[in-house]
Design a protein around this ligand. Structure first.
Ligand code: PMP
Length: 302
């Protein structure tokens, strides 16, 4: 494996070194955030739930009325091709985020062809390792998650400004904190890249799909919980529920399951990291994906 080799990306029909892969300054994704994407990851160099991510991507495309110009199967094939072309650059214990993007295309192109990108990016294990030791400090900013009445959070679109504003507000006060937004009704909603779960009296509680992106990792946790007889409630949960919860965690493609230690400075439960139910679900997640998801992060601690 040569360290000076560069990753490659697919852009509009060609696979090229990332430094040569370009999109137009007139691209709608760049001009207006008029684009959709989806991101899965690899576990032990194997792509996870590609079909499910591509299904969600095609729903986002439908919502945005962008014609992808290719079938789900073609896109899956392309994704595997780009991943395989980059796989040799991964260290044994490293993995990639794997992303597909479709924009509405380039201004003035009357044919209206979308811009299509497939790319890989190394997961930030080192940067985030301490969160598996210490838990995440979560804070709720004043800014609320865009409601479905304005733009559906169920579609995964390029426009993340609402959530970026939330992160700026929270990190401006505590650079180590992660934003979990409230929805316009004051219920817990989601973070820039993650869903939230609370644990109370042995059951799981998570916000309803209408207000959040239906995370694939969220779905995995719901499946795993149901398999072992843990009740899951998709329902409104607010800050009272968070402050009085026994445990709380976020789910995302990169984190899988990561414990929340505090919410707005209040210790969740007894503050144990991981809490017993979170630990059980993390182990079940590891069993499903075939690698120790927590160990992969913790091994990076000095
Ligand atoms: N919510 C938002 C807004 C996200 O961007 C993400 C990341 N895709 C998630 C939730 C978690 O979804 P997943 O588990 O599919 O990564």
């Amino acid at each position: 494996m040569s360290m000076d080799r560069e990753r490659v990306a697919y852009v509009n029909g060609e696979i090229a070194p990332e430094s040569e892969a370009k999109v137009s300054i007139g691209d709608a994704g760049f001009l207006y955030g008029d684009a959709v994407f989806d991101t899965t990851r690899s576990f032990g160099h194997r792509i996870f739930r590609l079909e499910q991510h591509i299904d969600r991507l095609y729903d986002s495309l439908k919502y945005m009325r962008i014609d992808p110009g290719m079938s789900e199967r073609e896109l899956a094939g392309l994704t595997v091709e780009v991943f395989e072309a980059n796989r040799g650059l991964l260290g044994d214990d490293d993995d990639y985020w794997i992303t597909q993007r479709f924009t509405r295309g380039v201004r003035g192109d009357e044919g209206g062809r979308p811009t299509v990108i497939v790319e890989c990016y190394p997961l930030p294990f080192e940067e985030r390792a301490r969160f598996y030791r210490d838990g995440l400090a979560v804070a709720t900013p004043s800014i609320r998650r865009t409601p479905p009445q304005s733009m559906s959070p169920r579609a995964k679109m390029h426009n993340y400004v609402n959530m970026i504003q939330a992160e700026l507000e929270v990190k401006g006060q505590n650079p180590d904190a992660w934003a979990i937004m409230l929805d316009v009704n004051g219920n817990l909603c989601e973070g820039q890249g993650s869903n939230i779960f609370l644990v109370k009296d042995g059951a799981l509680f998570t916000p309803k799909e209408q207000y959040v992106l239906a995370g694939i990792s969220r779905a995995v946790v719901i499946e795993l919980a149901q398999e072992v007889g843990i009740e899951v409630h998709e329902t409104d949960v607010d800050l009272y529920d968070a402050y009085t919860a026994d445990e709380a965690f976020v789910t995302s493609t990169s984190f899988c399951i990561c414990q929340i230690s505090t919410v707005n400075g209040a210790v969740v439960g007894d503050g144990a990291v991981p809490g017993p139910l979170t630990d059980r679900l993390q182990k079940a997640y590891s069993g499903l994906v075939g690698i120790d998801i927590v160990g992969q992060y913790l091994s990076r601690l000095g």
